[in-house]
Design a protein around this ligand. Structure first.
Ligand code: C2E
Ligand code: CA
Ligand code: CA
Length: 618
């Protein structure tokens, strides 16, 4: 049966293309009578000249129509009600690469398709029956939607079948291979990381769904490795972004080489990558992680430079049927953080403890934000004593957190977290102002020492902030001491140095805290405007038992004296320690022997009592 054999439809093969031409001329697609065009009666009634003129007009229309048909960008075939070819165009021959005389008016669609199949135009899957069936279905629905059809040589055609009003049907063929290719390229780009051509996060999620759908009883688990490169920022900063990009590409190649084809390898952004793969046993995961660490840590040769970086990996495993990828990512990320905390260049396997630690950490972060807003912090002060006369010369401000349920929390339990979350800056400002305000309550010779973190010192405005606080509280500069640690000076950046200069020039004293625990570079003492060395309390603790500790205390106090710096030793708890420190020439003392850190009201009383006693002794 021909694909289109509706007996109600009129055979158009006889009066076409003349009737198409007439339709075009009147501009009425419906082909109905047009009041402005000359009717048949009129033509008949006219003279011979008129008839000739009309014929000439028709010929011209046919010529124009022919030109339009042959210059169309689409291949076209028009069939009559019996599916016999009425007209076709040059483009149709071009698309199917068939000679001009291969098909002729009157051939059925069936014959034409058979001929195209014989010529090998269609892939073997497209049989004659299939094509005819598809054509019939398209004509029946007549919905104006094209059908995509692939040719044997890989080109893609968009084919549209439309029923012609009044009978017959027309098919148009458009070669959309190029469009398809660029659409495929766009789709590829949307799913791939442009730099490394690995899957991007979006594609990773989709591929993950495919992976868990294709169940494999042999390998019922999957492992996710979350990878972060160590020292990548250093490479970027030192060699430039172009080298950094090449390095990321080289990393992608190594990841591919060390994974199976079916594994998902994705770049999550920056220098972070993920590998998801099926495993047989939980113990396969660490082996995989180790392999990745090793593979990524071998030196890279990039544009003539030998570059060494490392990789940290967090790994977690799951039964394959777990549909949600987010918990997997989350756990692998926690394990990764753990690996980094372990000193990088290694991997960590996730365990529940990490999750609990992270939860606790998040809780404390939120609590600290509240604490800052509600001013749950308080300052305690510990006295600094002159080694010669035993008089209090100043105090050090030490912060505490009064937790609504857990009571007083020591600074080392929250300061590092606040530093990481950026909360230490506002807290630092609060501490500075509070300490200066409290100091205004005390005798005029009492100094107040405030600990300043390296993050505060890195703030360009810090020096000015200190001066502003003095102006605001009215505390004279000579009564303030800023305690810094060596880590503030380690950086190459000029900001901490500029801050030190501002502070020093204003007449504020600067103390180097915890001396002896870090690099203890003596050059710092010369290069920066330091007034005081605070010898770390670990030396005092060891002084009784360790000759080395004693030698260091002695050397530092001698060095301080020769450089005109004040020396102070922390952690004086016993009379013996006090005697020893004095013997070694340490100028100032601090420790539980004199006073523990105390709230402002207690220390204020202590300071006035001490002044009274000093006066009475004179
Ligand atoms: P630090 O600056 O070395 O402060 C001295 C620490 O030694 C204080 O601990 C103090 O209570 C303790 N200490 C004093 N005398 C003795 C003693 O005789 N024996 C022993 N065993 N310990 C003694 P705290 O208050 O727990 O502070 C610990 C650290 O927290 C401080 O060490 C400092 O690094 C930091 N910190 C405290 N307050 C602040 C602050 O306001 N800002 C900043 N950035 N850091 C602070
Ligand atoms: Ca200190
Ligand atoms: Ca200290």
């Amino acid at each position: 049966m021909s694909p289109h054999a509706d007996p109600r439809r009129k055979n158009v093969s006889d009066d076409w293309p003349a009737n198409m031409t007439a339709t075009r001329r009147t501009g009425h697609a419906e082909g109905g009578p047009d009041p402005t065009s000359p009717g048949i009666e009129q033509i008949r009634g006219g003279g011979e000249t008129e008839l000739l003129a009309v014929n000439a007009d028709l010929r011209e229309q046919v010529r124009l129509f022919e030109a339009a048909l042959q210059n169309m960008n689409q291949g076209l075939c028009m069939f009559d009600t019996e599916s016999r070819l009425v007209v076709t165009n040059r483009r149709y021959h071009e698309i199917f690469d068939i000679p001009a005389d291969a098909i002729a008016r009157g051939m059925t669609q069936h014959d034409i398709c058979a001929m195209l199949i014989a010529q090998g135009c269609y892939p073997p899957s497209e049989t004659l029956e299939w094509i005819e069936e598809a054509t019939r279905a398209a004509l029946q629905s007549d919905n104006g939607l094209p059908i995509l059809r692939e040719l044997a040589d890989g080109r893609v055609l968009s084919v549209l079948y439309r029923v012609i009003q009044g009978g017959g049907w027309v098919s148009t063929f458009e070669d959309i291979t190029e469009q398809q290719r660029s659409a495929a390229r766009i789709a590829h780009l949307a799913h791939h990381d442009v730099l490394t051509d690995l899957a991007n996060t979006r594609a990773m999620r989709l591929k993950y769904l495919d992976l868990i759908e294709a169940t494999d009883p042999e390998r019922p688990l999957l492992a996710m490795c979350y990878i972060d490169l160590d020292r990548f920022k250093f490479v970027n900063d030192t060699y430039g972004y172009a080298t950094g990009d090449e390095l990321l590409q080289a990393v992608a190649v190594r990841l591919r080489r060390n994974t199976r084809r079916e594994d998902i390898v994705a770049r999550l952004g920056g220098d972070e990558f993920a590998v998801i793969h099926r495993i047989t046993d939980e113990t396969d995961a660490p082996a995989m992680a180790q392999r990745l660490v090793d593979a990524l840590s071998r030196p890279y040769e990039i544009s003539g430079s030998l570059i060494e970086i490392g990789a940290s990996v967090g790994v977690t495993t799951r039964p394959l049927h777990d549909v949600d990828i987010d918990p997997l990512l989350h756990d692998a990320d926690l394990a990764l953080r753990h690996a980094k905390a372990e000193g990088r260049g290694t991997f960590s396997v996730f365990d529940v403890g990490m999750s609990e630690a992270a939860r606790a950490r998040r809780l404390i972060e939120t609590e600290l934000q509240v604490a800052l807003a509600e001013e749950q912090f308080e300052l305690h002060y510990q006295t600094l004593v002159d080694a010669d006369g035993g008089r209090i010369i100043g105090v050090e401000a030490l912060v505490r957190w009064r937790h609504p349920e857990r009571g007083l929390i020591p600074p080392l339990s929250f300061i590092p977290i606040m530093e990481e979350t950026g909360l230490l800056l506002p807290l630092g400002n609060w501490i500075l102002e509070r300490a200066c305000r409290d100091a205004m309550l005390w005798p005029d010779h009492i100094t107040v020492a405030v600990n300043v973190s390296s993050e505060q010192m890195r703030q360009r405005s810090f020096g000015d902030t200190v001066l502003a606080v003095l102006a605001k509280t009215g505390l004279p500069a000579r009564r303030l001491e800023i305690e810094i640690t060596e880590s503030s000076l380690l950086e190459e950046s000029e900001v901490p140095q500029a801050n030190l200069a501002v502070i020093h020039d204003a007449g504020i004293s600067i103390a180097m805290d915890d001396f002896g625990t870090g690099y203890s570079s003596l050059s710092y003492l010369r290069r920066f405007p330091i007034n005081k060395i605070k010898i770390d309390r670990s030396f005092m603790k060891d002084a009784e038992t360790s000759a080395d500790a004693r030698a260091i205390i002695r050397a530092v106090s001698a060095l301080g004296a020769s450089m005109g710096l004040t020396t102070l030793i922390e952690g004086v708890e016993t009379v013996q320690q006090l005697e020893f420190a004095r013997l070694e020439g340490v100028g100032q003392l601090q420790g539980y022997l004199f006073s523990r850190p105390q709230p402002e009201s207690v220390v204020t009383k202590l300071l006035y009592d001490d002044r009274l006693q000093a006066a009475s002794e004179q």
